[in-house]
Ligand binder design. Structure first.
Ligand SMILES: C=C1C[C@]23C[C@@]1(O)CC[C@H]2[C@@]12CC[C@H](O)[C@@](C)(C(=O)O1)[C@H]2[C@@H]3C(=O)O
Ligand SMILES: O=C(O)CCC(=O)C(=O)O
Ligand SMILES: [Fe+2]
Length: 336
């Protein structure tokens, strides 16, 4: 199963200015927990999106059987012989990948499957995954994607309501658009015995889309960056979902919501498996602050770009790049 060799570890030694050298980030006990059956959920979601750009969802309504089924199918895929998995790679950017994240030299202690859910983006690598693996892998993935899409719409509607936007489908209709550019990702992080502070499973970044809905097994590793720049570990919970606010919503809310910087550190003894639904808009959607959210004197912090323009520019950069700076009307000069 473990294809990543420690002998090539020098490749994974990434400069990591945020990790304190002799101090492990503490677990964040106060992670906002949103109970979707709570009538106050919309207010709590807005607060969490402003304060952290991150929250946990409980009572989400997605069947645990479906989640467990997909986890088993995914583990089955990552357990296959390396040459079988390689037939669905290298990623174009979709398909099977290992170690290399994106095309700009970012490395991680990871294997993954990246699927495009945009009908206008056809990836032959993705077709290989489903042609060469049991038929029920495809059906379970499709069922899970449909469930997480509905959950994402519910969250986006609560966000709109909580922000006092009259049309509660303002964000969710962008995801319901049949041309919405969404992505689904399965990440497998093998255990890493010889861990050091510079070794990352997935380097720090923000997600470019509107929101990302993440579920993982019970292995820790996910960390988020707080407003003061400190990193905290997110206690794992395999029955809940976690939501990241992405760059697109930060722009649409004119900075009220924060797109959260996050990263994954490998575990010394356990593998981590995560499944993430990235909810994006259609390519031609104009990403700009919503006029209905702007108070009288409020200036737009961001220039207008279509999702296509933003994605194209964003994907020219490394993982850790401050992508939101691509939107800023006057970008700071010292951003990497
Ligand atoms: C280095 C990169 C990987 C990424 C494309 C990029 O050039 C910059 C954004 C990265 C990211 C982060 C969130 C998601 O995992 C992802 C699929 C996405 O939409 O943006 C990845 C991209 C990727 O792995 O191709
Ligand atoms: O695997 C995880 O828990 C998070 C990975 C991530 O941030 C991503 O795939 O964008
Ligand atoms: Fe991410």
């Amino acid at each position: 199963m473990v294809v990543l060799s420690r002998s090539s570890i020098s490749q994974f030694i990434l400069p990591n200015p945020y990790m304190p050298t002799n101090d492990t980030p503490s677990f964040l006990n106060e992670i906002p927990e949103i109970d979707l059956s709570d009538p106050h959920a919309k207010t709590l979601i807005v607060k969490a999106s402003q304060d952290f750009g991150f929250f946990k969802l409980i009572n989400h309504g997605i069947s645990l059987d479906l989640i467990v089924d997909l986890e088993a199918q995914a583990m089955n895929f990552f357990s296959l012989p390396q040459d079988h998995k390689n037939r669905a790679g290298p990623p174009d950017p979709f398909g099977y990948g290992s170690k290399h994240i994106g095309p700009h030299g970012d490395l991680g202690w990871i294997e993954y499957l990246l699927l495009s859910l945009n009908p206008e983006v056809v990836s032959p690598k993705t077709l290989t995954i489903f042609q060469e693996n049991p038929e029920n892998f495809r059906s379970v993935v499709e069922e899970y994607i449909s469930a997480t899409k509905n959950l994402s719409c519910e969250v986006l509607e609560l966000m709109a309501e909580g922000l006092g936007i009259e049309e509660k489908n303002t964000f969710s209709k962008l995801l319901r658009d049949e041309r919405s550019d969404c992505v689904f990702r399965l990440n497998y992080y093998p255990p890493c015995e010889d861990i050091d502070e510079k070794l990352l499973g997935f380097g720090e970044h923000t997600d470019p889309q509107m929101i990302s809905v993440l579920r993982s097994n019970n292995t820790s590793g996910l960390q988020i960056c707080l407003k003061d720049g400190s990193w905290v570990s997110v206690p794992p919970d395999n029955t809940s979902f976690f939501v990241n606010v992405g760059d697109t919503l930060q722009v649409m809310t004119n900075g009220r919501f924060k797109s959260v910087r996050h990263r994954v550190v490998p575990d010394t003894s356990k593998s981590r498996l995560s499944m993430i639904y990235f909810a994006g808009t259609a390519f031609n959607e104009k990403i700009k602050p919503l006029p209905c959210l702007m108070t009288n004197q409020e200036q737009s912090l961001y220039k207008e770009l279509t999702w296509f323009e933003f994605k194209k520019a964003a994907f020219k950069h490394r993982l850790s790049h401050n992508r939101i700076s691509l939107f800023l009307k006057s970008p700071p000069s010292n951003i990497s």
